[in-house]
Design a protein around this ligand. Structure first.
Ligand SMILES: *Cc1c(COP(=O)(O)O)cnc(C)c1O
Length: 376
């Protein structure tokens, strides 16, 4: 049996090796390492796949969020609402730009921003909302967009974990995650659902004026070389990464199907167990299972982690410390409200191996080991 890993990039690469190797060698031959043709090709293909008007590539997902906030003209002191239960990048860039992060709760079912908690956090200083489609499930965008419209707020979707997921509104319209808000930001970090072989990121929008601004900010604030109109940064997706991504994009729907198949297997094995809550799938959102995350009730989580490790089965806690408890923000005077749901989840979640290459034998071994410990 292949060794169990949280993410098996090697097996995935082996399956597409001829295509990838040829594309990478072509870039080496061309020596167009920056802004080569694959960068435009990939951006165009991703725009078509998502149904987004503009895709602006950049260096990583954290930059994507930062560039979005800069291009929207957010100013020091402006309040930006984010969930506390997320990866730090979402909130870090808010603080980096001297904006004020305002943490809100998530819905314990979807792990995504709770619209009620969001509505309560809005003040006259609020300028933007950053919903995170955590673990691959789309946040309740209909409710979030309604609140944003009522208060005239920007919506910056963090779609780093949910590329390819879609969301259906009550009027029947379906949109891909990242194309619903003002702007969508994603990461192509190797372990993401659409991952490259290094760092990469992208920003999506349908707004022509904003697209121009995003491109300028990502490119030293210039449209015309050496004429710098705004303060920007230097954030590029390099050509080798774009070439890899353009190939992997063709496989993305198959990858999503493989992840769902593994999730179904886990769901069936754990169904009805009173100590295990399997991931919820809202009827209006598809799930792309960046992570397969359980909520444990009355189980010693560290004990389970150790038990799995003793059988060479990895497991992870995403994330052990929520944003509102990070030392990073201690000096920020954030006046954080109590976050009972986030704290409750933080103590109970555990993520099992989830990737495109899990087979029945591996899945059975994992579920058997989990149940052995939980039912002991
Ligand atoms: C990975 C991730 C990011 C940051 O992406 P990088 O490419 O690592 O900078 C941002 N938000 C979320 C939710 C992520 O999972």
């Amino acid at each position: 049996m292949r060794p169990l890993q949280m993410v098996d990039l090697k097996t995935q690469y082996t399956r597409i090796k001829p295509e990838i190797d040829r594309a990478v060698l072509d870039v080496l031959e061309s020596t167009a390492f920056i802004n080569g043709k694959p960068v435009q090709d990939f951006s165009g293909n991703l725009a078509r796949y998502l149904g987004a008007k503009h895709v602006i590539p950049c260096a990583n997902g954290t930059d994507a969020l930062q560039i979005a906030m800069m291009a929207l003209g957010l100013q020091p002191g402006d309040e930006v609402i984010t969930p506390s239960f997320t990866y730090i990048a979402t909130t870090e860039v808010v603080a980096l730009l001297k904006l004020k992060p305002v943490f809100v709760e998530v819905d314990p079912k979807t792990f995504c921003m709770d619209p009620e908690s969001l509505a309560k956090a809005i003040t006259p200083k609020t300028k933007a909302i950053v919903p995170v489609h955590l673990y691959g499930h789309v946040a309740p965008m209909e409710a979030i967009m309604k609140i944003a419209a009522e208060h005239d707020l920007y919506v910056i979707e963090d779609v780093a974990q949910a590329i390819g997921a879609s969301y259906t509104f009550s009027n029947g319209t379906t949109k891909k995650a990242g194309t619903i808000g003002t702007v969508g930001c994603t990461s192509f970090f190797p372990s993401k659902n659409l991952g490259c072989y290094g760092d990469g990121g992208a920003i999506f929008t349908d707004d022509d004026t904003l697209a121009l601004q995003l491109k300028m900010v990502a490119n030293h604030g210039q449209q015309k070389k050496y004429y710098h109109e705004v303060v920007g940064c230097n954030s590029r997706l390099d050509t080798v990464q774009a070439a890899v991504l353009d190939i992997k994009l063709r496989h993305l729907d198959d990858y999503i199907a493989a992840r769902n198949k593994a999730a179904d297997h886990y769901d069936q094995a754990f169904a009805g167990n009173p100590k295990i809550r399997t991931p919820y799938r809202a009827p209006n959102s598809t799930h792309v299972f960046h992570q397969y995350t359980l909520i444990l009730e009355g189980v010693d989580r560290d004990g389970l982690h150790q038990h799995l490790a003793s059988r060479d089965i990895p497991s992870m806690i995403y994330y052990p410390v929520p944003g509102h408890k990070q030392k990073m923000f201690e000096s920020f005077d954030l006046q954080v409200a109590a976050m009972p749901v986030t704290d409750w989840l933080t103590e109970r979640v555990i993520s099992l191996p989830m990737h495109t290459e899990l087979d029945e034998e591996q899945l059975n071994m994992i579920t058997t080991a989990v149940l052995e410990y939980v039912n002991k």
